[in-house]
Each structure stands twice: as structure tokens, then as C-alpha cells.
Design a protein. Structure first.
Ligand code: GSH
Length: 235
């Protein structure tokens, strides 16, 4: 496939980062469009009613556009034959899919409940943080979420990461499930307590294996965290 795909992004977003990493690692011709502040505007919402980024635009897609980072990761590997990042062997692929479905439906919502309040990011309708609950209740809800993040990381290590947590997910080199998990963990400095040493080593291992393809998009996330830190220091 030789078409240049378009990825609509918000640069400091870890949901976006994982796809940006794959585009670079896989050498996929692409254009990135920064839609920060525009996702609920008429132009973006008319083509992407979920308001969400990342969204991938390609003439090859039904409707021309798709959302959900993990689905985009799988699609790009399928469309560009990137089997090294999304193994074709059904058993190996099952591990990658299982990890990414768990990430989307299990880990990330809890992770967001733990880090978003500390970063000043909005949460979802119906959450404690968006309710009329007291500051004490909101703090307790965040703390509960953080405790669950640390527990789930141990589950992820046991269930998904090869070599007892010293390898990668579903292969001997990073897959799209590693891109997804490592990208999310870029927000870990916004937890109250540090993640386990093995998890820090895991992120470093993924970055080392992927090189600039990882470090480039990660720099946008890290730069944003530095900006938040400087804002806090100034108040
Ligand atoms: N589960 C989705 C989450 C997407 C998401 O929450 N995107 C946020 C940025 S992190 C967004 O674009 N928000 C813009 C808005 O809500 O207007 C994924 O993994 O792609």
C-alpha cells in the first residue's frame, strides 16, 4: 500500500503516541495533523463523531476514517504486512490481542482514573471526578484507582509479558501490544507512587528496541509532563 495515510493527533496523548510509534517503526508514509482544541469543532466532529484521537484517515477504509488506537495498530499491520509487530501465528497473535483488549477495556480506564486528576485532565461522564462528590471522596476514588493500577501491572507482567516480565508481549521483539502498554506508562510519573522497577525497565527495553521511532513521539509526551511540572512549581 503506497498511499500516504493521515493521522489526526493530540501530540501529548499516550493513546496517540502508540500509533505514532508504529507509523515510524513500520516506515509507513503518513501525515500527522495536530487537532488539539479542534476535536469538538464542526469540521472534525462531522467526520469523527466520537471526537476522539487518534483517528486514521485513508481512502482504503470504509467511510474513510477509523478510531481506537489498538484497532488502528492492528489495521496498519494488516494493511502493510508488518508481521514483526503483529505476529501471524494465531497463538502469538492471541497474546497480543488479549493484551490490547485488556488494555483498552481494563487497564487504561483505571489508569486514567489514577493519573488524569493529577494532570488536570477531564474524566468521563458518570465518574466520581465529574460528579458533585466532595474533594475527600474524589481523592479516595483516585487512590483506589492507583492501587488497582499497581495490582494490574503485576497481572499484566504475569499474563502477557514474555520471559517472566523480562521480554515483550507475544514475540521476542516489541509488538503493537508493547507499543500500546509502554506508551501508556509514559504517564506513570503522574501517579502518586512510582511503578515497579521491572515496569520501568520494560519501558526502557521497548524504547531501546524501537529507537527513534519510539523516542520521537515519547518526547512530545515527556515534554508535556515537564510543562505540567513547571506549571505546578510556579503556583
Ligand atoms: N480508547 C481510545 C481513547 C481515545 C481518547 O480518549 N482520545 C482523547 C485523547 S487521549 C481525545 O482525543 N480526546 C478529545 C476529545 O475528547 O475531545 C483510544 O485508545 O484511541
Amino acid at each position: 500500500m503506497s498511499e500516504t495515510v493521515k493521522l489526526n493527533i493530540i501530540p501529548p496523548s499516550v493513546n496517540n503516541m502508540c500509533v505514532r510509534v508504529l507509523l515510524r517503526a513500520g516506515g509507513i508514509a503518513h501525515e500527522e495533523v495536530n487537532v488539539f482544541g479542534k476535536t469538538r469543532g464542526e469540521e472534525y466532529a462531522s467526520k469523527c463523531p466520537t471526537f476522539a484521537t487518534p483517528s486514521l484517515e485513508s481512502a482504503a477504509l470504509p467511510g474513510g476514517i477509523m478510531v481506537e488506537s489498538c484497532a488502528i495498530l492492528s489495521y496498519l499491520c494488516n494493511a502493510h504486512g508488518l508481521d514483526q509487530y503483529y505476529p501471524r501465528d494465531p497463538s502469538a497473535r492471541a497474546v497480543v490481542d488479549s493484551a490490547n483488549f485488556h488494555h483498552t477495556g481494563g487497564f487504561y480506564p483505571v489508569f486514567a482514573r489514577a493519573v488524569y486528576p493529577n494532570m488536570g485532565f477531564p474524566l468521563y461522564p458518570g465518574e466520581t471526578q465529574t460528579s458533585e462528590a466532595s474533594d475527600e471522596l474524589k481523592a479516595a476514588a483516585r487512590d483506589q484507582a492507583e492501587a488497582e493500577v499497581h495490582r494490574l501491572l503485576e497481572v499484566i507482567k504475569t499474563c502477557f509479558i514474555g520471559k517472566g516480565g523480562e521480554g515483550f508481549i507475544g514475540a521476542d521483539s516489541p509488538t503493537i501490544a508493547d507499543m500500546r502498554l509502554a506508551a501508556s506508562l509514559e504517564f506513570a510519573p503522574s501517579l502518586n507512587n512510582p511503578i515497579a522497577d521491572w515496569a520501568k525497565a520494560y519501558v526502557a527495553r521497548v524504547e531501546q528496541a524501537l529507537g527513534d521511532a519510539y523516542t520521537g513521539p515519547a518526547s512530545d509526551v515527556r515534554g508535556f509532563l515537564e510543562y505540567l511540572k513547571s506549571q505546578r512549581a510556579a503556583t
